[in-house]
Design a protein. Sequence first.
Length: 329
Amino acid sequence: MAQESLKEIDRSAKFFVAGHRGMAGSAICRELKRRGFRNLLLRPRSGLDLMNQAAVRDFFSQERPQYVILAAGTVGGIAANNAMQAKFLYENLMIEANVIHSAAETGVEKLLFLGSSCIYPKYAPQPIREDFLLTGSLEPTNLGYTLAKLAGVKMCEFYNRQQGRRFTSCLPTNLYGPEDNFHPEHSHVIAGLMRRMHQAKVEGRSEVRVWGTGAPFREVMHVDDMATACVTLFEKYEDPETINIGSDMEYTIAEIAQLVKDTVGFSGKLVFDPSRPDGTPRKRLDNSKLRSLGWEPKITLPEGLKATYAWALEYRALENPSERVFALD
């Protein structure tokens, strides 16, 4: 579908945000409300199990949403991804298949699926363009999650090409911010470092161990910037091909760890553990397609870390990590 066929988005139409209680979904809801969308359909997992095909089919048949953003999924950090490949593959496949198929069956006008930048080849040329997808071997520590997200991206593309659906996908870079998961074993890098350094500061410990060598590069983005990008895409992007959402803010893991240390106020030593996996060595996205739509990130990493730590302290997320070990809502 060509970009010139862009249709105006109806801000009063029913808009289903799948995964509205997770970090990405909650930020998207905040941004939709800020832009005047008034009719959001929101269902927690207790009210709608997205892995239940019949329940999802019934929901779409009864509610008939006009628009959908699919931000729900089973997500975790490198340890969880590596240890539970079958869980991550199965649950994400079920969620994507049920939601995308039901959206097509009930005539949803437009759908945006959130994939992940981790689905690119492990040694992709930098910066990573969208056409590098499926051109090389994948990172083995998160292969289950990657295969599921690849399937979701291709489902949107194929429904678009086969049935003329306005279904598309985006690939956000590494996210952090409010509603992140600070679980000690299943968090992503920034949330995990923040929790460990906070605890070390409170307990008066002299050092914090950091997984890996600290050498890999990571592009990072505050989730509120990601949300503005997603809503911009929903309003302006009609291409069936997936599109990157990146910040162009790239740091080594060692640099990120030092910035988190400064934010938390931990005065001890950082000890890197090379016996633990580094993961993909570098993962910087080419964001030229997104920037051509007039979008730019606003939140620097020091600013975002400060705001995230303040949020985590206010909601006691560092002392009482979410019981939702894997973000399905």
